[in-house]
Design a protein around this ligand. Structure first.
Ligand code: KDO
Length: 333
């Protein structure tokens, strides 16, 4: 045991005290600064709603400061940044939450959630209270509202004539890009493919160079990121009705007045609803658009995909983390 001089001990404890001090809440001209970091572009409907609905609604006491295309923090590092006090907001996902709190992987299971309305009912259900509290207690993040990302579809570089996808067996050997978390990689495997982790902002280039054979995202994302320029077919598996959550620093939330908190909550719900309606409209219109762009857009044997994916999840280690009976509660809504 080396003896530690009094001086060293004092400086170490001073340093410790400095690190432990909660980082100052950023306030520019007595307004709290709300930095949001996301991997989506500024023309993605969720971004548009945050800029046009959320920002103006909280402008009386907060300055909304969004950073798109993962320019402030890399995709998947936002929650940790909020926990550390380096970021105030993000648009997170069950997959990212599941990396830290395993029970959230229930919402990464393919073919569980039914549609946008189901997402709203589930998020508001009493059985979600304990899960939301877990995120607040463990991460210092408050999940304000659920955002509709859309039904995820398989999108491939090769034309249908070269590789027609009807069942998961037809996906064998396909290098399918998935976001780089365990739950996403598992979903790629459950679809029958070889999952390859690539960040959202790198997917276009990976498709263009042939580093991957395809990716899976909802139609609005395929349009917004111009993936249709470097792919030839969209297989309407609808394997995950995907959802995000508007994440908000609990430390900042606790410093707001009750009126400010109510304004933030309403602004979040209004922005989410605005984006949801735009995404749903886009999903209806984009099949025709992609066909006009020369892509094959067709429906596979969805029942075969559903069975293969659900069997994979139910026999997986993931399902051991799911709160008892929650699948039935979700299905009952
Ligand atoms: C993606 O990286 O494919 C994904 O769709 C995963 C989602 O969970 C979400 O992170 C989304 O990217 C971003 O919000 C960008 O749309």
């Amino acid at each position: 045991m080396t003896t530690i001089s009094r001086r060293t001990l004092l400086s170490a404890s001073a340093a410790g005290a400095f690190v432990a001090a909660a980082p100052r809440i950023l306030r520019a001209a007595d307004k709290v600064t709300l930095r949001l970091s996301g991997p989506m572009s500024e023309t993605d409907q969720r971004a548009v709603a945050m800029i046009n609905v959320f920002g103006p609604a909280v402008a009386g006491f907060a300055s909304f400061d969004p950073h798109w295309n993962a320019t402030l923090f890399k995709q998947g590092t936002e929650l940790a940044s909020i926990a550390r006090g380096n970021l105030e907001m993000s648009i997170t996902s069950p997959q990212e939450l599941a990396q830290i709190i395993p029970e959230w992987s229930i919402f990464t299971a393919g073919y569980l959630m039914k549609d946008a309305e189901h997402q709203k009912k589930v998020f508001a259900a009493p059985f979600m209270d304990a899960m939301k509290k877990g995120v607040e207690d463990k991460l210092g993040v408050k999940l304000l509202t659920v955002m509709y990302l859309g039904r995820r579809q398989v999108n491939l570089r090769m034309p249908k004539a070269e590789r027609t996808i009807n069942t998961p067996a037809d996906m064998a050997g396909i290098k399918l890009r998935m976001p780089g978390t365990d739950a996403w990689m598992f979903l790629g495997k459950a679809l029958g493919a070889n999952p390859v982790p690539v960040a959202f902002t790198e997917v276009y280039t990976a498709l263009q160079t042939g580093a991957i054979d395809g990716q899976d995202n909802p139609l609005p994302s395929d349009k917004d990121m111009k993936f249709y320029e470097v792919t030839k077919q969209i297989v309407l598996t609808s394997h995950l009705v995907d959802q995000n959550y508007l994440a908000f620093s609990k430390k900042v939330w606790d410093k707001l007045s009750p009126e400010e908190q109510a304004t933030v909550q309403k602004a979040a719900d209004d922005a989410a609803e605005s984006a949801r309606q735009k995404q749903l409209a886009l999903e209806n219109d984009l099949e025709a658009f992609f066909k006009q762009q020369g892509l094959d857009v067709y429906t596979p044997d969805v029942a075969a995909f559903r069975k293969h994916v659900q069997d994979a999840y139910l026999s997986s280690d993931f399902s051991k983390d799911w709160p008892k009976g929650m699948v039935d509660q979700i299905n009952a809504l």
